[in-house]
Design a protein around this ligand. Structure first.
Ligand SMILES: C[S@@+](CC[C@H](N)C(=O)[O-])C[C@H]1O[C@@H](n2cnc3c(N)ncnc32)[C@H](O)[C@@H]1O
Length: 240
């Protein structure tokens, strides 16, 4: 199943599992509101809108703005459209956008980590901004779920997580601020975390990964718990 198909399959129940995604989107929007306090955006592009948890907040914040929501998964776009008919929509790959701009704000939350070429894509989005426009991106970055990765490494077992981008490499070449913060996963163990990731459609493993056997998974979970390090998401934000 492709990344797009996995997200499409999760569209109906996505928001039941998406506490972290809501928290990250809300945090990003607050930072963007500060940045754009004097220049409210008139044309906004959101990439990876999902079911619209951020999209709805965007239009509530700037009700007069034109909002174009894009996502690679048609079922995500359909769900978002049902809840927010006032926006415009496009099913498209964020790495090959058919919308030239200029936009006053291009925003994306918890999506860019799925891209093959995240840094080049952000540079491309930057070109689609108006002169005073803002690019705002939040995503899990390198350091996320490190305790699980380290445990697997120690046990010589493969890790299926997609590699998380390095924040500094992502922001290189963009003028603006970048920062990160840690959020402890709410799930009490790796199994519950995997359920969360499946629930949002975000459990597609890295290419070539062969799933652990039940015994390997049990051993790795026990070792991770015994290690005493919590499961933590490192969320990076880039705001130009
Ligand atoms: C974890 S969800 C986040 C959705 C929303 N931004 C939120 O915070 O709830 C990731 C979204 O990115 C979309 N996505 C993944 N790869 C994409 C790509 N290459 N282009 C556009 N959207 C993509 C998925 O379909 C999914 O809707």
């Amino acid at each position: 199943m492709s990344i797009a198909q996995a997200f499409a399959a999760a569209a109906a129940d996505y928001e039941q599992h998406a506490e972290l995604q809501l928290q990250v989107a809300t945090h990003l929007l607050l930072r963007v509101q500060e940045r754009l306090a004097d220049t409210p955006p008139r044309r906004i592009l959101e990439v990876g809108c999902g079911t619209g948890m951020l999209s709805r907040q965007l239009l509530a914040t700037w009700p007069g703005a034109e909002l174009l929501c894009c996502d690679v998964a048609p079922a995500m776009v359909a769900t978002c459209r049902e809840q927010l008919p006032a926006a415009s929509y496009c099913v498209a790959d964020g790495e090959a956008l058919p919308c030239p701009g200029p936009f006053d704000l291009i925003i994306s939350s918890m999506t860019v980590q799925w891209f093959r070429h995240p840094a080049a894509t952000l540079a491309d989005w930057r070109q689609r901004l108006a002169a005073t426009g803002c690019l705002a991106v939040a995503l899990p970055v390198a350091g996320s779920l490190a305790s699980w990765e380290k445990t697997l490494h120690r046990l010589n077992l493969p890790c299926g997580l997609q590699p998380f981008p390095e924040l500094a490499a992502l922001a290189a070449g963009l003028t603006g601020a970048y920062s990160s913060y840690d959020v402890q996963a709410q799930e009490k163990n790796v199994l519950a975390l995997l359920r969360h990731m499946r629930g949002i459609g975000g459990a597609t493993p890295r290419p070539g990964y062969r799933p652990l056997s039940a015994g390997q998974l049990r051993r790795a979970m026990a070792a991770c718990t015994a290690g005493g390090e919590p499961l933590v998401w490192r969320i990076g934000e880039v705001i130009t």
